[in-house]
Design a protein around this ligand. Sequence first.
Ligand code: PEP
Ligand code: MG
Length: 592
Amino acid sequence: MSEHSRSGEKILRGIPVSGGVCRGKIVVLSKAREAMPRYEVAEKERAQEIQRLEQALTKTRQQILEVQRKVSVAMGAKDASIFDAHLLVLEDPTLIDEVTRVIQEQKINAECAFHEVAEKYGATLSSMDDEYLRERAADMRDVAARVLDNLLGRTEEADLRKLKEPCVIISYDLAPSTTALLDRKLVLGFATDAGSKTSHTAIMARSLQIPAVVGLHDASKQLKPGQYVLLDGYNGLLVVSPTDQTLFEYGQLVRKQVNLQEKLQDIRDKPAITLDGLRITLSANIEQAADAENVRACGAEGVGLFRTEYLYLNRETLPTEEEQYQAYRQVAAALKPQPVVIRTLDLGGDKFISYLWMPQELNPFLGWRAIRYCLQERAIFRAQLRAILRAAVEGNIKMMYPMISGLDELNQANALVEECRKELQQQNIAYGEPLEIGAMIEIPSAVLTADSLAKRVGFFSIGTNDLIQYSLAVDRLNEKIAHLYEPTHPAIVRLIHATVEAGRRNGIWVGVCGEMAGDPALVPLLLGMGVDELSVAVSAVPQVKFLIRRLKSSEARELAQFALNCENGSEILARSQALAQRIAPSLFENQS
Ligand code: PEP
Ligand code: MG
C-alpha cells in the first residue's frame, strides 16, 4: 500500500498495535483533565454556580467516605485514616471561600474557578520545605481531580456509553479498563495519541480483535468529530478523508486477508510442529473468563496466561473468593484437559482500581505492583489463591506469579499458598492437587537468579513485555521512546537464552507469554533458543501455528546461534524477518 498522501487525504502515522482495517466517522474523546471549559457566568446565575460547586463537594465527600469505609473493611482503620486528609481538603473554609470569590469576581464557571484555586494551593504546598505539607499537595491533587470530575459530570467511559452508531474512536489515551468495556459492534477501531505496542490497552485491543493504532502524538487535537477515516491497524496508519483509490487498494488488501484466514482455518486443529518434528505447545493469552470459548476456536492448546486483573476492574468492590472461584472454574472446565495458567493479580503499572485507592506514584512500573502489592495486601491475595486452589479441582489449572524479582518473594508467595492449602484442608473445602506453580521471568534479577528460582517452581514463563522494559530501561507506555523498545536487542536475546538454559539445567519447562511470542517474525528466534511453549493473543495463534508448521528447527537453531553471537539488534531483527518471510510470505502481505 502506498503511503503517499493523495489529493484531499491526509495520512497520520503511528504504531500498529492491533491488526485489521476499518473505516468510518470518528468520535474524538478529549483528554479529561486537559479540556477545562471556561465560560462567563452572568450575575443572576452565579448563586446557582456556587450551588453546583457545593453539590460537587458534597458528592465528592460521599464518595471519599464510601472509599474510606471499604478500605477500612478490607485493610483496617489505619490505612483508611489516610482519607481523613482528603476530607479535610474538602472542608477547608479558606479554599472554598476563595473559589466562591473567584466565581463572583472573575464571573467564571465553577470548574474553572475551582481548578485555578486548587492548582495554586497545590503548587504552594509542593514548594514547601516541610515534608508533611509537601505530601498534602498529593492529597490536594487527588481531591481536586474528583471534584472536577463531579463538576464536569464526565468520564471517558460515560462518553463511550453514549455512542449511537458505529465509529472510530480517536483519543489522547484509553485506560486498559476502558478498552475492556469497548463495544465491538459500535467501536470499529481506535487510535490514540499516546501508547505503545505492549501497553495493556494495546494488548486488550488485540484480545478484542479491534483494529488499533497508537502513538499518533496529537491526532486527537488535529481531528474533528465526524471526519471520515480509514484505520490500518497492520501498518499503523490513519488515513483521513481517504480517496477512492485508497479505499479500493484497501479493499484488495482485506480480500487477501480473508483468503489467508481460510488457509489458517485449515490448520486449526493440527499441532504446532515444525517440518522436522519439533513439537511446541502453543497456548493463548486471555483477559476474561468469557474468552475461553475463543481459545478452542483459534486452535490453541489451553491458556498460557490468564491476566486476572480484569476481574477486578470496572466494578465498585473487590471480587469475592467465590466469584473468582466461579470464573477460574468456568475457564478450567471449558478447556479441560488442556492447561490454564492463571497469573495471580498484577495490579499497578498501567492498571489501577479506583476503589482500592492505590496511591499515585512517580514510577508506577517500578512501584507497588503485582506480587509486591499482593504480598502486602495479603487478604486480597489469599482470596485469590484460595479461589485458584479450589478451582483446580475442576480442570488442569496451573498458577504463576508476576514480577518475581528474586527468591525472597517466591518463597513468601509459596508459603502463603501452603497456608491457604492448610486452611482449606482444615475447613474441609476441596482443592486441586498437585498444582503446578510457575514464576514469570520479567525482571533481569530473576534471570540472574533463575537457577535458584527454578528449584522451587514447576515452570518459567518469560514476560518479555516487562523484561524488555526493565532491561533496556524503556517505559513500555511511552510513545516517544518506542523506537528504543527492541525485542531483538542482544541483551534481550541473551536474557531469554539464559532463562531457557537455567530451565534446562533444572528440568523445568520454559514458555514465553509476552507479545514477542505472538510476532511471527520473532517466533523462529524463540524456538531456536529452545523455548518449550509460546502463549500468544488469541488473534495471533493461527498465524504463529502456520509459521511453526513451515519452519525447520535446524534453521531456527542457526538463527538463534547467529543472534547470540551478534552485537547488533537490527541485524538480528533483519535476519529473523528474512527467515520468517521466506517460509511464510503470505503472513506479511498486509505490510506496506
Ligand atoms: C509481560 O510482561 O510480558 C507479560 C506477559 O505480562 P503483562 O504484559 O501483563 O505485564
Ligand atoms: Mg508483565
